[in-house]
Design a protein around this ligand. Structure first.
Ligand SMILES: [Zn+2]
Length: 92
């Protein structure tokens, strides 16, 4: 995927040049109520619980953050295919 792409901006309501940056998932708060409940569920002998079994896949569907160069707003875009390497630096 190139450094800059021309895609539709929902704020400008037209096609503009966007900067591409790979999205990384932030840290999960351990003290969050929902996270604490999820951890509590997995303790002891349990049956199937979502998130307990780790599934290994070759690659993920990456999400990129697109920043509009006209209005400066950001919006995410998920790339529809599983890829290992997303960004490729392009020389200008
Ligand atoms: Zn825009």
């Amino acid at each position: 995927m190139p450094d800059k792409i021309k895609v539709y901006c929902p704020y400008c309501k037209k096609q503009t040049v966007h900067k591409v940056k790979l999205y990384k998932k932030g840290k999960t708060r351990k003290d969050a109520v929902g996270q604490a409940r999820h951890v509590e569920k997995g303790k002891g002998y349990t049956s199937k619980i979502a998130g307990k079994v780790t599934v290994y896949k070759q690659a993920k569907n990456p999400t990129v953050i697109l920043t509009c160069t006209v209005c400066g707003k950001k919006h995410p875009k998920t790339i529809g295919t599983r890829t290992k390497k997303v960004l490729e630096l392009t020389k200008e």
